[in-house]
Design a protein around this ligand. Sequence first.
Ligand code: NAD
Length: 302
Amino acid sequence: MSNSTPLPQVAWIGLGIMGSPMAENLIKAGYPVTGFTLEQDKLDRLAAAGGKAAGSIAEAVADADVVITMVPASPQVEAVAYGPDGILENVKAGALIVDMSSITPQTSVDLAKAAAAADKGLRVLDAPVSGGEAGAIEAVLSIMVGGEQAAFDEARPLLDALGKTIVLCGPHGSGQTVKAANQLIVAVNIQACAEAVVFLEKSGVDLSAALDVLNGGLAGSTVLTRKRDNFLNRDFKPGFRIDLHHKDMGIVTDAARNVGAALPVGAVVAQLVASLRAQGDGGLDHSALLRSVERLSGDTAA
Ligand code: NAD
């Protein structure tokens, strides 16, 4: 974009663990950002970072060229998009809507249809992310996009301010399908790491040394790098909440069943995530899968 062309006006809906640092990265890149979210302290944080806090979705999107949503799950995306107070009703004609939440692929397909039916020239992309809170802060997220090439090209400069690996995966919903696969891989990887941690500790091996050498070989992973200290310090402050991973394991097991793909290990890990949540640990980071392995291994204090 040339210096003389003003950057698009952005509305950001959902300023949680991910949304806040992502919106701040857009502000740092020079975008004017107006935000709306449910917690006042998050609105104050946006204003302190140079954004503008809005009192409603309608107010946030009124002047927006691009609307970005980053809310927990499908029901919240539907709540912010639809109805008289929602994005579709209140946004300017021709706006681009980029939903970065992790939701069911079908919800993304339905949103694209509803946006087309609004007859205002709206374009929609599903653009869920991977990389966690650290990836959001560092603007190195992987962003998996579904939708039309032209809308992707238009969104690309904004997405470049948020992430590093940005790929158009196919039509509406494809980004969500890839994100569901991502969540399957991450959950199984965390579970394997958690089992290794309990095994190593019970064997009397120095855990820190073991994780270092494991991470240098084929067992190494971004999960092990990012969650190493959570495991070592039993620090389960989120990060990515078990509640959200439970939602994602539901998405991937359901989507896989719909296409006839068997996920035997994924199904077991989905049950372990559900069990952790049922035990009251839904608000903890997903590295707390370690707790569940400890309990299964007879550690009553875990
Ligand atoms: P969060 O719970 O921290 O934040 C969600 C935000 O959405 C909250 O600030 C809330 O106020 C807002 N919100 C909910 N309903 C709203 C409404 N009706 N109107 C306006 N705002 C509303 O969640 P998060 O961890 O930031 O995750 C957001 C999405 O990103 C989820 O879909 C999650 O699965 C996905 N994700 C999270 C991570 C992570 O590490 N936390 C990583 C990748 C993807």
